[in-house]
Design a protein around this ligand. Sequence first.
Ligand code: BGC
Length: 759
Amino acid sequence: MHTNFIGGQNMSVTKVLGTLLTSSILVAAAGVAFDAEATPATVPAAAAARPWMNASLSPDVRADLVIKQLTLAEKVQLVHGTGWATLIPGNPIPKGWNYGAGYVPGIERLGIPGIHMDDSAVGVRGAANMSRYATLLPSTVGAAASWNPKAAFLYGAVIGRELRDQGFNMSIGGGVDLAREPRDGRTFEYAGEDPLLAGTMTGNLIKGVQSQHVMGDIKHYAFNDQETGRSYFNAVIGDRAAQESDLLAFRIGIDIGHPAGVMCAYNRVNGIYACENPWLLTQVLRKDIGFKGFVVSDWGGTHSTVASALAGLDMEMPGSLDGKSHFGAALEQAVQSGKVPMATLDEMDHRILRSMFMAGVVEHPVTPRRVVNPFEGRDDAEHIAEESIVLLRNKHHLLPLDAESVHSIAIIGAHADVGVLSGGGSAQVDAPGGNVIDPHAGGAKWGETVYFPSSPLKYIRQHAPHATVAFNSGADIAAAVALARSSQVAVVFAQQHMLEGMDRPTLALPDNQDALIEAVAAANPRTVVVLETGGPVTMPWVDRVQAVVEAWYPGIGGAQALANLLFGNVNFSAKLPVTFPRGEGQLPHPVVTGLTADVFHTELTDAQAKVEPFDVDYNKAGAAVGYKWFERQHLSPLFPFGFGLSYTTYAYSNLKVDADGKTATLTVTNTGRRAGTEIAEAYALLPKASGETYKRLVGFKRVSLAPGEAQTVAIPLNELCESIYGTQKHAFVRLPGTYTILAGPSSANTLLKVTFSVR
Ligand code: BGC
């Protein structure tokens, strides 16, 4: 456990940072932040004298040309940096730092810019302290609910654009760890439980980031699927199960997005820390997957010098510029003494430099102090939210609300009068104007529950001009009930705050909200529940409310998106990227492994951090994560993976698959009276020799249909998802035998069936 960095979750440092971050000294210092950067005008002039500036050469050739010029000290300089450590009183603030989560100084004399990294899982982090603005997008788990690669690309493009506007050239977002543990405090910043969906969405998000000439990242590699004990737990998993689950999500994400960086995780995998794990970093990542970028450690996740460098770690972050880090003076000595070959250090530098050339961060230096366009960001966020919010229940067609005829609406709970909830930790974005429920100077404090100024009450009022729309906080259940009883419709907003460093102990909504919903529903059967949660929650009241909407953390355009959906100006199209269980008893681990009072989260003192590492048994579910586990165990969930309703209905027919199982075609018909977009899902049951008794998602496609319209849809089937990982050959293979392709609107409704054979 690292004590110096927020990455190590040391509370006292966090508090120091909280105080420091509010200081205007930082803002003043920002004025000198960029004098080390090249400007676009200098690049062509330098190109003649600097052959690596010739953009027609390949990134690999250019990287090698630079490496030939580097001294040993410069080679070491590129493989570690600084970050939060600089905010500790007394630590030097390096020239050129842009106040992000990490900074690696460049090689000024050769025209190689520094790497300015910032957290940006759901928007750029830490903007307020620098008097900057950043767009809060819907949670990535929500964006995954769109099943729309174009929405994911847009998501990444917003992040890339705003990073660049704020002077950063690398994103350290891109979370793709599978939701094996839905109580994981970071579920909201990942992309659900299925490797194909999560990998596809995250890969396209990274493409979007890199389209802005900003380096992208995918994280936390690997099996960082819970926060409890995250710095020391040991994920235990067999080779095949690993390759067909979380590692497959990374593989698909990397194949699509070609990220510059992979961030290795805090935890151990099969006994070895992820950031010094040769199997993960070299065998799987480089040899199997073919990743060509660089591996950067999670903040404080480097534990050694020689073992890490030899295993395949390329960059220690945040490191420290005083040379005391594992990849500082210690690495220089290890190279001088031959413990780490010079060729290994060259390879580390090569991967970093080629990624910089590849992403275009050298040709397109960041432009400091450009103002982020908040309107463009808000519109994009609203659009993504409209595709992210899932309609889970709609009895008696309570929704959409009729703007003309509705005369009274009770809005209850979750500060819906003023804002929408956001997730915490390093995925926290600062709310413009501050946290609406607790305004204070500076950015969000670590662990703070932050609401953004996007008021559901305001936009619901705008949509219902003839209605009395009143708010009750829900704190006093009797008062909420009285309002609900006197209103035509009650909309209860319920929240579950999630944040890095801490898992939810249960799937239940906190703060007595289940009782509030029960009471409101008893008083008014026309009750809608809108959930602002980071992931699945239980709903003991589900049969007694007429409508349920999962809004996740919907972002800065969330309230407008919600109002548009509730009143039917926009139709619902999203579907769940995670299974909603009926209770913890249905999960592979009914209690989060290691969750006891003293290791509840990782905000530990040094003494507590010496807790014995414990195993998390991922072999129990193996590759059967989420819906696969439910099917294997014959469990019926509350809401299945891939499920979501809309204001119209669809019929599926005419499923066919080509002889080699590469494409399925089927007809989707809009059988209702509203236009809509349906997500058609294709699953496969593998031949018996696979040993599997459950289906896997192998393809999906969104299709927009006018009322009555029918379309034949071609769904590309992912061959890796039709394969098993052969541990002898270290490769994915399709087994000979009969494959059944199933298609339909959700994992629990796949009535169409066809087969193909592999010989
Ligand atoms: C988190 C990373 C994050 C880093 C830098 C760590 O605590 O696990 O996801 O990128 O801090 O803020």
